[in-house]
Ligand binder design. Structure first.
Ligand SMILES: [Zn+2]
Length: 346
């Protein structure tokens, strides 16, 4: 009995269940999920918040397509497991579905997702370590083996990647009040350029005082990225005149990239965390700025990455925009619009 798993109270009839029985039931259930959904339990109600904190892009961009939630008992009863045990055994065992992530039993809901790499729990430890290093001793990031691997892989990708011409225009939004306050003409391309160095605070990819040009693949995405819900903004349509070598963290169609490391990186809290608060050092941006340093050193001109405001939005950042913006972009037009609310994050 010492080894028996304790059933949640209030259920019956049930039999004493050994840990071994519960394990073999969970193994069989896991096989059923794999054959029905090509996926496994990624988290449960008990650990969903922690899963989301580590993989914000999974719960935001891939929810509903690759991340599926379902009632645990429904999932068990829909599987073909009931025939393999006696009714009394089955009614006991069906309450003993165990979350492989946090090891709790009988969560009301389970969440299915399949990372493309096999060591997700190890990577969660790396994420925690890197966020701590990034906020305490950011210059020592390069001592961490995961950071070293990222630099090596980005450099290898830099040697492989080819320059590409962007056939679609990109968009940049400015708050209408800011443009009016600075007396900038809405039809001047410079209005949609990066802020001057003296007014550049640190961003997702740029260090303080180092302006980069942040662009989006649609006007609505650019407007949402301002994060000023309900305020009027101007959205410039910009044609990129030069081919760029782009470090791709998400493909232009919004699909994930081919490299498992970059896919994991893009989905993790190291790159995909939504901005919270306005501290001088934005803790969640330290590793993304490290990645931008890697990309610049590897010869990339830009990074393509997923929006944290709209689920299908794709953003671009030009890492080293020229002082003479006209040598890189042409303003094709502009529109006045209202900044939309960001998509809800679960
Ligand atoms: Zn769990």
């Amino acid at each position: 009995m010492d080894e028996a798993v304790e059933l949640p109270s209030g259920y019956g009839p049930y039999l004493p269940i050994s840990t071994e029985d519960a394990d073999s039931f969970n193994d069989a259930f896991s096989d059923e999920l794999d054959s029905s959904f090509s996926s496994s339990i990624a988290c449960c109600d008990n650990c969903y918040a922690d899963f989301r904190a580590h993989w914000p892009d999974v719960t935001f961009r891939r929810d509903g397509t690759e991340l599926m939630s379902m009632e645990t008992h429904w999932a068990v009863d829909e599987s073909r497991l009931s025939g393999a045990w006696s009714p009394a055994e089955y009614s006991s065992l069906r309450r003993l579905v165990q979350c492989p992530r946090c090891l709790t039993f009988d969560s009301a809901n389970i969440y299915l997702f399949e990372h493309r790499f096999s060591d997700a729990r190890d990577m969660e430890d790396d994420i925690d370590a890197l966020i701590t290093i990034g906020s305490v001793t950011p210059f020592l990031l390069l001592e961490h083996s995961f950071a070293q691997r990222v630099l090596a892989e980005v450099r290898a990708e830099g040697a492989r990647a080819k320059v590409e011409a962007l056939t679609q225009p990109l968009y940049r939004a400015r708050l209408a009040d800011d443009v009016a306050h600075l007396r900038q003409p809405p039809d001047d391309p410079a209005t949609y350029g990066p802020a001057p160095a003296s007014a550049t605070s640190e961003g997702r990819f740029n260090h303080a005082g180092v302006p980069m040009l942040y662009l989006a693949d649609a006007g609505a995405v650019a407007a949402a990225e301002l994060g000023a819900v309900g305020q009027a903004c101007l959205v410039g349509t910009l044609r990129i005149m030069a081919p760029l070598k782009i470090f791709d963290l998400i493909r232009a169609d919004g699909e994930s990239v081919d490299s498992d490391l970059f896919d994991a990186l893009a989905n993790s809290a190291l790159l995909g965390a939504p901005r919270t608060g306005d501290g001088w050092i934005k803790r969640q941006y330290v590793f993304s700025r490290y990645v931008a340093d890697c990309a610049r050193s590897a010869g990339f001109h830009a990074i393509r990455y997923g929006s944290t405001k709209t689920q299908a939005g794709v953003n671009y950042v030009i890492l080293d925009p020229p002082n003479d913006l006209m040598s890189l972009v042409r303003l094709e037009g502009y529109a006045c619009t209202i900044c939309p609310a960001p998509a809800h994050r679960y």
